[in-house]
Every structure is written in C-alpha cells, then in structure tokens.
Ligand binder design. Sequence first.
Ligand SMILES: [Zn+2]
Ligand SMILES: [Zn+2]
Length: 391
Amino acid sequence: MSDYLNKAKAMQDELSWIRREIHKKPEVGMDLPITTAFVLEQLEKHGIKAERIIDSGISVLIEGGKPGKTILLRGDMDALPLAEESGEEFASEFEGKSHGCGHDMHATSLIGTAILLNENREQLHGRVKLMWQPGEEIFEGMKAMIAAGIMENPAPDAALDLHVDASSPVGVLNYSKGPFTTSADNYLIKIKGSGCHGSMPENSIDPLNVAIQIYNAIASMRFREIKGSEFLAMSICSISSGNSFNIIPDSVEMRGTMRTYNPAIRDYVVERIEKITKEVASLYRAEGSLEIASSAPTIANDPEMVDKVIGYLEDFGMDFERDPNYRLSASDDFGYVARTIPSVMFFIGCKPEGLERNLLHNPKVVFDERALPIASAVMAHVATKWLEEHA
Ligand SMILES: [Zn+2]
Ligand SMILES: [Zn+2]
C-alpha cells in the first residue's frame, strides 16, 4: 500500500485553502491570468518546476528515478458564466462568474498530486506529465494545449482524468468501460431570405417559415433515420430573428447542440443537418448554411486500462463505492486526448453530507473538500502503479 492517501490527508488544510482562493476569483474561457499565476505560485512553493505553455495553460514534467513510460494527468481551471448562490463564505467575488463545474477542485487536487509525485519521484518509473488547462467549458482549451505541444516531448502513452461528481458523496467512484461522455457539436444554422412589410408576405422570402420547416425536418430525422436505442440529442436551443409586429425579417439564426456516444452517428447527423438546411432553404427560395461553432469528441474509456486502474485501487487504502456503468450525456474536451491514446476518465464523489440535491452547473452547487486529498492521492497512486506495471 502506498502512503499517498495519508500524506494527502495531512495536506487537507493547505488544499482547502488553495481551493478557496481559486474559488473566490473564478475566470471564464481561455484567459485566466489570476488563476494561472496562483497555481504556478503554489507549485513553485513546493519546488516543482512548471512551464506556462500557453498564456493560461501549465505543464509540469516529473522525471522518475527509473526508466519507463509517460502518463498524462489532466486538470482544468476555467469557471462558468454563472452567478453563484452557494452561500459559502468564500463564494465568488466576481459578478456573474463561478466555479459551478468544480474546476477549482480539479486545479487544486492536481497540485496535491504534483506534490505527492514530486516527493516520491526517485521511486517512479518513467515520468508523469501534469497539465492545467483553460477553456474546457468552451471546448477550446485542450485543443490549444495540444497545439502548444502537450502531447509531445515526451509523448504520453496513456492519460488519466478525474471530474468531481456533485451528486454522489465522498467515497464514490463512477466510470464506464467504454463510452463515458458524449461528443458535443454546437451548431449554428443561418437562413438568408428577404424581408418586407408583414402585410405583403407574397413579396418576401420568409426566413422564419424556412426555419420552421428546417426545425421540423431535423426533429423528424431523429427517429426516422437513427435507431431509438442509440443515445442522440440534437436540440435546437435558440431561434433568433425579427423584433416587430409588421416586418418580415431578412434572416434567421438557429443555435443547437448535438450529443451522442457514437462517432459514426455524429458524422452522419452533421452531414444530414447540413443537407437538410441547404436543401430545405433552397426549396423555399432561401439560402441556408451550417457551421459547427465548437465541438468535443466523445470520451471512450479504454476498457483494459479501466480494469488496471480499478485493480490498482485495491491497495489504495480506502474502498470506493463504485458504479462501473456510469455514463454522462454531457461532454468534455479531454476527448481530444482520449481519442489518441489509452485513457480513463472517472467521476469522484464530493456531495456534502445531508444534501439531497446538488448539481454541477447549478448556482447553488457546493463541494465536500474532503474529496480533495482523495482525488490527489488517487491520481498519484494510479499513475505510479501504471508506470510501474508498464516499465
Ligand atoms: Zn462543466
Ligand atoms: Zn467540468
């Protein structure tokens, strides 16, 4: 049994403090100057050499004392454009922004992991690469980290990611052997018609009429072309155009999101939405186009690596209540890594005791900080064991 868990528990006060400092100053998107500087400062305090590989992205390489492979551990640091209503004394000081997805927990627990691994580096086989990224919520951060070289010099052979699970108590570990999160494609449909006075619709090419036909064609495709047993959401969440009683507008924009675990269905549906948009628009004398505004691939956990990881946790020092068939209809840009090397992502419980309802992306969400040292130690333990086995 490694003593990572006991060492991590001894860091509880420090980890809670770090997490609260990050929590108070949530930053959204790709630009996280305060958070990045603070995380770098904490790493440096512990003598850990860190590199800023993009403006708000950090990479740390812990070189083991023995030869071996490389494993990547991922953490994210970005917050949500969501006003916090948690009532915590360390709640967000920034209006309209909060850590409602718990990325403050991830950024912190990965600092703990770095400290544990750095102290134990002489015993490590190979090396551990740790990364703190911005822009997970907008699916831009991982792409930028990859473009900046996180997957090179040295190239990781496997990757591990952990997300807090606000709905399960401390001591729960949820995962799947195979598809875990959906792919996400946020799409924008533009329809260009021709407007005029509302009393003379015969003079228009009414884009609102076209939008309704496209909406219905997309909705009816769901069960006419895709098996009912396949998970597929392709909701149109916004239709915007016009602002008066008597003017038919020139154009319409529709925004939607598409989620599925199956990459083949993802490709098929994107192609069909594009074809429907163009052809239905053209049928009604308008012009239609489709743009994928942002996307993330599905995360399919490597089944063999899942078995290994769960096996390693047998001598971790604590028993987890586990759900091995857990799936999320949400998405995460860790998918850009998971599609290239064997990877595992899991959800770790952090719902405070006595709470019935606690949901990520909810303004009232709160997190049990006892999950911090557990998460730190799980990542360190699994990485150490994986490197040892694959040396
Ligand atoms: Zn989120
Ligand atoms: Zn998240």
